[in-house]
Design a protein. Structure first.
Lengths: 262, 435
């Protein structure tokens, strides 16, 4: 199935306006692994006939990594430019598959003049299922599989979203198994606070290895995430233990797209 | 004579305590202003749940129960202290006993039972610290004074409780000599067990007096020890939770000073040579010393009881990195006390040339943080170590341009092409046409 995407600019030119903006994010746009998540989400949106748009080349980094590094100048430059674009298109509602974009857009943009309803893609998918727009096929893709969910810090602790991803996993024909550290006690994957873009400080272990051990302890077949950076870190962790054959790291959007035969 | 000594002692104790509280208030006021007066109802609720109700303690049930026994004994004993004050000043003996009757017996019995539980709890805490050597209670930042401080408090508790039972026990034996009883739950049998062999009334009176004076002396010692100790959390927990950050944990402050500058940069009509308005820029961006932090950051530091739950949950610390959120809080407090003392001695506008960043906290610690909020989540009294870490990073980056090399590249990419990696904005939609 080919995917259908329209940009804000194109919609505006034809006098239309979308119900929701899909904020793709830098990882979702440029990272090879994360692009697959982006596509899975678009397939779901297309299937449910959601009237959405993307910003395309008018989107720019939210400034999250700059802010966490401590460079407030770069953050606010990005934020003010993005807000100008978003307000220019009169955007009201935004969905994103990146908890870092989610947190920044939802919490840090309002103080700078950009107030939108911002939801994480797991919340949108949950809504699509609840309203009957999306039905999962009984295709047995996940039959007998064990799935564990790694809470992204910027979705969980930072914004108290713990349920939406779990509700979705429970809709699959699979068993949700929790790691010993989960929800409010979830352990970071090691990428937050701009650590993604630097070598870790000196220590005796990489954080993603520690977290991967938590996941492997559950003997889950699939580690589900809701963040492109967590996905990278957990995938690297699985490679470290040479478990690529046995354990897959997948985004919730990918799990749902598979289960819905998209 | 007793009454005179007691009254003078009481005045001196409360006076010295007030003197130290004023110092603490002054030190907290070295911080920058911050408005935390909104959402009063939420603030009261948070304080009642987290400080009074100890909600967050109960994520670890066993220490929570032990802690609760000490806490309950401490709170309820304050009622008895009222009577001790009246007895001490007026020379009466158990002022409320006759007028309150059965209720009095119930209250003192309740206090006795809680005191026994607290005694057991205290011994368990001492064992956990000194024999079981719990990892989070034997880390390197606790070497020296912090460890001694923790043990001193526990020993104080044991002595204090021992005096209570000496007092009540001897009093009970005296009563039983004239075929009466106080009827308190513990001392009515424990008293005779301890002192039943003593028949000399005079000796028992002296024992009772030793218990009474020992108790009140320990209470005053304890009170005046608090301002020098991590144990100050028994008071600070209340204001500190009341003034908690109520925004989502992921929401960091937007620096107003930066907004002004960025808006000027983006405004084509701005006059680059215009004189800056007087309140345009702060002394510095971010924090180098405690005076660059907010008063709430400093109150956080005074509220920390060094339990180390933050550090035991910190992904950086548990994987062997230098960062320990508890150390960040201890350093902030120690530096604040040092600078406060210096300013009181040499004048409010003086500075000793030292700073929190550099003399206490190193860059390596700051760069290990993943901003995951585990420390903030864990803290039983809602301390926010992450806010301090971020403000110190801001100073490093915006004032000193001290950024790890890889991050410089990432920041340059964001500034040049709007992404942390080197991809052009024009390529943003390429994914749509790839397989």
């Amino acid at each position: 199935m080919s995917i259908q995407i329209r940009t804000m600019a194109a919609m505006m030119a034809s006098g239309e306006s979308p119900d929701i903006l899909f904020w793709v994010g830098c990882a979702g746009s440029f990272d090879d692994r994360a692009k697959k998540i982006t596509k899975a989400l678009v397939k779901i949106l297309n299937h449910c006939k959601v009237n959405f748009a993307v910003l395309g080349n008018e989107e720019s980094c939210t400034g999250d990594p700059a802010k966490r590094v401590g460079n407030e100048f770069t953050f606010q430059m990005q934020a003010l430019m993005n807000i100008e674009v978003l307000n220019g298109y009169e955007v009201k509602k935004i969905v994103t598959a990146c908890p870092h974009c989610f947190n920044t857009l939802k919490n840090e943009y309002p103080g700078l003049g950009g107030t939108y309803e911002v939801i994480h893609h797991t919340q949108l998918i949950q809504d699509l299922i609840n309203t009957g727009k999306l039905a999962l096929a009984d295709n047995g893709t996940f039959k007998g599989k064990k799935i564990t969910f790694h809470d992204p810090c910027y979705l969980g602790r930072a914004n108290d979203v713990y349920e939406a991803p779990r509700v979705l996993i429970e809709k699959l024909d699979a068993a949700l198994v929790e790691m010993k550290r989960c929800k409010t006690n979830g352990l970071c994957c090691g990428a937050g606070g701009a650590q993604m873009f630097k070598e870790a400080e000196k220590g005796n272990k990489e954080i993603n290895i520690e977290r991967t051990e938590d996941a492997l302890e559950t003997s889950a077949n699939i580690i589900a995430t809701g963040c492109p950076f967590c996905n990278t870190m957990m995938t690297d962790g699985i490679k470290h233990f040479e478990k690529e054959e046995d354990v897959k790291v997948m985004d919730i959007a990918e799990l749902i797209a598979n289960a819905a035969d998209l | 004579m007793h009454q005179l000594i007691f009254s003078v002692l009481t005045l001196v104790s409360f006076g010295f305590f007030a003197f130290n509280l004023r110092k603490i208030a002054q030190n907290i006021h070295m911080g920058l202003p911050l408005d935390r007066t909104d959402r009063k109802a939420d603030r009261w609720r948070t304080m009642l749940l987290v400080a009074l109700g100890q909600k967050k303690m109960f994520t670890r049930p066993i220490p929570a129960l032990l802690h609760l026994s000490l806490y309950a004994a401490f709170v309820i004993t304050q009622i008895e202290l009222v009577e001790i004050l009246i007895d001490g000043i007026s020379g009466s003996h158990r002022f409320f006993q006759d007028s309150l009757g059965g209720f009095y017996t119930f209250m003192i019995s309740f206090i006795e039972i809680l005191s026994i539980l607290a005694f057991i709890g205290t011994i368990a805490f001492l064992a956990r610290r000194n024999m079981l050597k719990l990892p989070r209670l034997s880390m390197k930042e606790l070497v020296g004074w912090p460890t001694l401080d923790a043990n001193l408090i526990l020993v104080f508790e044991l002595i204090l409780i021992s005096f209570i039972f000496t007092m009540n026990g001897a009093d009970e034996v005296l009563r039983q000599q004239v075929n009466q009883t106080n009827g308190f739950a513990i001392s009515s049998w424990f008293g005779p067990l301890l002192f039943g062999g003593i028949t000399d009334t005079q000796t028992l009176h002296i024992l009772e007096q030793i218990g009474w004076w020992g108790h009140i002396l320990m209470v005053y010692t304890f009170m005046n020890y608090l301002p020098y100790s991590k144990h100050l959390h028994i008071f600070m927990a209340f204001p500190n939770t009341f003034y908690s950050k109520l925004d989502p944990k992921g929401q960091f402050t937007n620096m107003k000073s930066v907004t002004n500058e960025v808006k000027l940069m983006l405004d084509p009509n701005a006059d680059p040579y215009a004189a800056a308005p007087p309140d345009a820029a702060p002394a510095r961006f971010g924090a180098k010393d405690v005076t660059d932090l907010t008063w709430k950051n400093l109150m956080d530091a005074y509220s920390c009881t060094e339990c180390g739950r933050c550090t035991s949950a910190c992904p950086a610390n548990t994987t062997g990195k230098l960062l320990s959120p508890r150390k960040i809080m201890m350093d902030t407090r120690d530096r604040m006390v040092e600078l406060g003392d210096y300013k009181r001695k040499n004048g409010p506008d003086t500075d000793d040339g030292k700073s929190l960043l550099g003399n206490y906290i190193t860059e390596e610690e700051l760069w290990a943080c993943t901003s995951c909020n585990a420390c903030v989540q864990e803290c039983p009294v809602n301390i926010d170590p992450l806010a301090i870490i971020m403000d110190l990073r801001r100073f490093l980056v915006m004032e000193e341009s001290k950024v790890p090399t890889e991050l410089t590249g990432m920041l340059t990419n964001i500034e040049n092409n709007g992404a942390p990696w080197q991809f052009a904005a024009a390529e943003r939609l390429n994914w749509a046409n790839e397989d």
